[in-house]
Design a protein. Structure first.
Ligand code: GUN
Length: 302
């Protein structure tokens, strides 16, 4: 293997340690801790698992956390009232509504009801706009793209002036990571191309990339011969391609495959993220960072 493996699990642990130091210091000096509420509607197993991990991480950092589970039958109006209650609660600095929501609820309406200053997911149009404008305007970066930026920065790969190619234009990953990396800011200043399903010659663009971020949701989409030797490859794809029995727990678990052919790509790339254990662990970590950041804004120390 020639590429340096960018280990999301190790970088996660490093950042969580840094956050804990800050949380303890703020608690000592100001007598408050970050407060995070997660609202889960229904009993989708994947959503339950995500929310449980978020709450467990918040607990380990000493945050105040509320796991507010609601029936799948909840009416849109009731959910809006619940958000209003947490918007007004001074001990809550971050509100997260786990997605997807049931079909009878308008997801956009719900996300827009969250106070932008408590929108630790960074999904509210106000925060999307703040990211577009950049500079001092930015309050919360969406968690997965913020995690990708941290991975690249901490890997030691130079972002300034680099040719970045993003494959995928979703609102959650593709568009925001392109925006983050082109900002006039530290850990950015890149030249960014966004490729997508209508791109004429995907291979051509990928081959030019010093940093290739793939978030297309298509297993093995990026071929090894499309990777520039020495490039930094960030694979955001988490595709379930089958099931196996876990050696650790004896339970059935999903076999995950990224959007990049890892075994061959690692022989060409300079840096590469594995799937799982690359980008995945960063999302919750950035949620924790956003929640702490929200408290710091609240205290006027951000
Ligand atoms: N569902 C899957 N990922 C996410 C996320 O990052 N935030 C929210 N709110 N819901 C999700």
């Amino acid at each position: 293997m020639t590429a340096k493996l960018i280990k999301g699990t190790e970088i996660r642990d490093e950042i969580l340690k840094e956050l804990k130091v800050e949380v303890d210091k703020i608690k000592e000096e100001h007598g408050v801790v970050p407060g995070l509420v997660t609202i889960l509607v229904g009993e989708d197993p994947a959503s339950i698992s995500y929310v449980t991990s978020k709450i467990r991480t918040a607990q380990n950092l000493g945050y105040k956390e509320i796991q507010d589970n609601q029936s799948v039958e909840i009416k849109e109006e009731e959910l809006l009232s619940l958000i209003d209650k947490y918007n007004k609660d001074d001990s809550i600095h971050g509100i997260l509504v786990q997605l997807p929501l049931p079909k009878h609820i308008d997801e956009k309406k719900i996300l827009n009801a969250i106070d932008p200053d408590k929108d630790v997911d960074g999904f509210h149009p106000v925060n999307v706009g703040r990211l577009m404008i950049g500079g001092g305007e930015v309050k919360f970066l969406p968690c997965t793209p913020a995690g990708i930026q941290e991975l690249i920065v901490r890997s030691g790969m130079e972002i300034e002036g680099a040719e970045v190619v993003v494959v995928g234009r979703s609102n959650i990953v593709g568009k925001p990571i392109a925006n983050i990396l082109l900002q006039k800011a530290k850990g950015a200043n890149a030249t960014v191309t966004v490729a997508h399903t209508r791109t004429k010659d995907l291979a051509f663009h990928c081959k030019r990339a010093d940093i290739l971020v793939v978030a297309a949701g298509v297993p093995g989409l990026v071929k090894p011969e499309w990777i520039k030797p020495g490039a930094c490859v960030i694979d955001v794809g988490v595709n379930r391609v089958g099931e196996k029995i876990s050696e650790k727990t004896g339970k059935k678990i999903a076999i995950l495959k990224g959007d990049v052919d890892f075994d061959e790509a690692k022989e060409i790339a300079g840096y590469i993220t594995p799937v799982p254990g690359g980008v995945g662990p960063m999302t919750i970590t950035m949620l924790m960072r956003n929640t702490l950041r929200s408290l710091k804004f609240h205290l006027g120390i951000a």
